[in-house]
Design a protein around this ligand. Structure first.
Ligand SMILES: [Zn+2]
Length: 171
């Protein structure tokens, strides 16, 4: 089971326990683009769900494991383990929602799987077999899929030229 919380400004925090590791993924979504980064912390298996606090010094994630509490601080884009325990007032606590493991961006950010001339990339979902390419939007914002007016090739939102035929595109 994974947990997620919205931090505002299109930022989401995903927390996931995998064996003795806690994987913390920070995901940022804007204008059809999704960026994410994951940090892994040796915490031991959780004994209760993680707690998140939005304090004056930053966002602090509290992992409760059989071996003790671990605190992970998010400052800007940096995730780091805290050795000293700051005050964590209960009114700073942010509720985390349960999330399916499959909803974690980092887990779909695996390197492209290559098998012969078949390539598969998970985010955005894209599949290529020989000359045939198939792409699915990874989130609703990118649902406005553009296609080249010249050759019909599927385009990325920031393409200025069609990668297939070189047709110039208005942005
Ligand atoms: Zn084209």
């Amino acid at each position: 089971m994974a947990y997620k919380a919205e931090l505002g400004n299109g930022q989401f925090l995903f927390v996931h326990n995998q064996g003795a590791q806690t994987l913390v993924t920070l995901s940022h979504q804007s204008a059809g683009q999704q960026q994410s980064q994951t940090a892994s912390f040796e915490t031991g298996a959780w004994s209760s769900p993680p707690a998140l606090y939005c304090t004056a010094t930053g966002v602090i994630l509290k992992i409760t494991a059989a071996t003790g509490d671990r605190l992970i601080q998010l400052q800007g884009q940096q995730l780091q383990s805290l050795s000293t325990v700051p005050a964590l007032p209960e009114h700073d606590r942010v509720m985390m929602q349960e999330a399916a493991d499959s909803s974690i961006p980092s887990l779909s950010f695996l390197p492209p799987l290559q098998m012969g001339d078949m390539a598969m990339q998970m985010n955005p979902m894209r599949m290529q077999m020989g000359d045939m390419a198939m792409q699915m939007p990874s989130n609703p914002a990118s649902a406005e899929q553009r296609f080249c007016p010249q050759c019909g090739n599927a385009l990325q939102p920031d393409d200025r030229f069609c990668p297939q035929c070189g047709h110039g595109l208005r942005s």
